[in-house]
Unconditional design. Sequence first.
Length: 329
Amino acid sequence: MYAQMVKSTGNLKSREEMSPEEAAFQDKVDADIKIEPRDWMPEGYRKTLIRQIGQHAHSEIVGQLPEGNWITRAPTLERKMILLAKVQDEAGHGLYLYCAAETLGVSRDDLTEQLLSGRMKYSSIFNYPTLNWADIGAVGWLVDGAAIMNQVPLQRTSYGPYSRAMIRICKEESFHQRQGYDIMMKMAQGTPAQKRMAQDALNRFWYPSLMMFGPSDAESVHSAQSLAWKIKINSNDELRQKFVDQTVPQAEYLGLTIPDETLAWNEEKGGYDFAEPDWSEFFQVLKGNGPCNVDRLTARQKAWDDGAWVRDGLMAHAEKKRAAKVAAE
Ligand code: FAQ
């Protein structure tokens, strides 16, 4: 349905333009039959999946950095254990997703190289700093909240390995969102200074969280084709609207104010009217000019360089085993 409303509609092939393989592939997708690694698939489908799954994997890995920064500074032992578990989950999510991407014929090393050289993106949200403990609450509540809104439908995505990875990931994301909301609840019900910190974190993370869903449908380059292939199940604007509708009552319960004076319930559409984020800021962040882009990539480059001896050791061990096997034959 949304395929008609998004930017790239003009590039979609009609049935008549499809080759017999493409038409048979589209029939499978339309019938909700999962596409598996050995099945025939259009090259564009494979490339789009590598891009989306790879970027998603990078987001999980880079997404550990803003929170990892606060593990040593968590206010209590319990909060530290919870945050540690959450950040470890994110590493696991990255690994499931790299494995899903590898089934499409790309190696994890290649994906990492593309991230470090700036040829592949990761979610814009992780280029914003976490300045204090309330920000960790806001990340869990809003960033994981937005991530779940996007990822729950992706459990039904057409590519089998991606869909199965998302089912596992979504189970853990719900706990992540709860832990963030729990931090916000404690702070919002705390001292006036703590409540001010919670409001300030909401003020800073609200619009970057809305940007997580991607540009408006009118500007989304990939949506029409991705929706037709069921790589994406919902359009960017549709998910952004659902996120706002879900989050406003949660903010009200906390006694916090969404930083949007235009926010108003629209009876007719059955959802909130809300202000768009500053899209010029979004595109600047994508170009590498966000507050933390340089820090994030520097940290990932250092991790990659520091891990070189482990990779070299594993390769040497594999080579030794291979040579021993050949000698025994
Ligand atoms: N950031 O045509 P569209 C998490 C790019 S959750 C950066 O609409 P598409 C969990 C897009 O790549 C976050 N770039 O693109 C966690 C394209 O550029 P390209 C990760 C963005 O793919 C929580 C261009 O703009 N989740 O990590 C963004 O159809 C807490 C045009 O856009 C996923 O990746 C953005 N926000 O729709 C971890 C979910 N938005 O590639 C730690 C899976 C758009 O042509 C702590 N991905 N771009 O150069 C998706 O659902 C889609 O890829 C969208 C974008 C919806 C993100």
